[in-house]
Design a protein around this ligand. Structure first.
Ligand code: TRP
Length: 343
């Protein structure tokens, strides 16, 4: 079930992160959290709680970000991100990141941002009006490039949608290196594409996401899990158990493939469903059992963590402190290249 990234070596610095705008869900567990847990023992892993990036489309609703910082942190720890080996840091507390963003903004044209396909689709999906895009949101690709360059990241595990952001980062690294006259001053970032598929939403209408309310949160209570499993999209034309069923957009089967500890049995069930002779209720009962088993220990750890805000704060403070050393060095390099002298 683990994501294997064969190109990762001990000397790598991996940066990943999330906007803390809601609790994490099973889509995150499959898409990023499990990989982080595996990678943290193989190289340096920095996990960024990107609160500043969260504010870029929540400037008028900042509590949505501030309230979710402990929630997401608890999600991280409950899933096994180990603050003894990985560094979890708070974006706003590493002020060097903002310094670098302001400096790099001078090297990026607005045309380049307008062309960025990730940004374009995010602007469209948020329904911003013409001219209604917050300036902070419009430049968040520069801020994300700053995150990667300031922490000296060499690799970034992310979905395909993040490719244009990594491309911008690498173009900026190239420009800084040319200006510095040193090809190795800033390292290029390699995009580690997720090898695990995306987890569909419970409604079968695309990926699981908190905004679409079609996800099972890591913190969901047992009865919420059951009711979400029972409402999952299956083959709507599969009316009788003995009929052949369509497995192509079958959410319950997709979740079993992602979480069931017996993949061989799931493959057999899938064939049986396609042939006919297997009802949706049987699959849903199996999935409910599987998910209750996966989520019970996570929920329990999470509950204990969230009750101990002092501990959560100390984890964030020490992760931030450790990641900051590198950030200061890299920030100073960027300042040098752009001729900004420290007084
Ligand atoms: N864009 C990421 C998200 O929305 C969060 C993020 C901010 C990030 N800075 C990063 C991810 C740097 C990887 C590297 O979840």
């Amino acid at each position: 079930m683990e994501t294997a990234y064969p190109t990762v070596s001990q000397s790598d610095i991996i940066l990943t992160g999330d906007r803390p705008t809601g609790r994490m869900h099973l889509g995150h567990l499959v898409g990023s959290l499990r990989a982080r847990v595996a990678l943290q023992h193989r190289c340096r892993v920095i996990v960024l709680l990107a609160d500043l990036q969260g504010l870029t489309d929540n400037g008028h609703n900042p509590s949505k970000v501030s309230q979710n910082i402990p929630e997401v942190l608890a999600d991280y720890l409950a899933c096994g991100i180990d603050p003894g080996v990985a560094q979890i840091c708070l974006q706003s507390a590493v002020t060097e990141l903002a310094d670098v963003t302001v400096l790099l903004a001078n090297l990026v044209t607005t045309a380049r941002l307008h062309r960025n396909p990730t940004l374009r689709s995010e602007i469209a999906s948020r329904g911003f009006s013409e001219g209604g895009v917050p300036a902070g949101f419009f430049i968040y690709p520069i801020s994300q490039a700053s995150d990667l360059l300031t922490f000296g990241a060499t690799k970034c595990p992310a979905g395909d949608d993040q490719a244009p952001l990594i491309e911008l980062t690498n173009d900026l690294a190239g420009a800084l290196n040319r200006m510095a006259g040193d090809v190795a001053a800033f390292s290029a970032v390699e995009h580690l594409r997720s090898v695990t598929g995306r987890l569909p939403g419970t409604d079968g209408l695309g990926k699981a996401s908190k905004s679409a309310k079609n996800a099972i949160a890591l913190s969901d209570e047992p009865d919420e899990i059951t009711s979400k499993v029972n409402s999952m999209y299956t083959d709507p034309n599969h009316l009788r158990a003995q009929d052949p069923g369509d497995v192509s957009n079958h959410v319950v089967l997709a979740y079993l493939e992602a979480f069931d500890p017996e993949p061989g049995e799931v493959a057999e069930l899938k064939e049986q469903y396609a042939r006919g002779g297997l009802g949706d209720m049987a699959l849903k009962r199996r999935l409910n059992d599987v998910l209750q088993t996966v989520l019970a220990p996570i929920r329990e750890r999470r509950r204990r963590l969230i009750a101990d805000k002092g501990y959560l704060l100390s984890v964030l403070a020490s992760g931030t402190e450790q990641a900051r050393e590198m950030a200061i060095r890299q920030r100073n390099k960027v300042r040098d290249v752009l001729g900004v002298t420290a007084l």
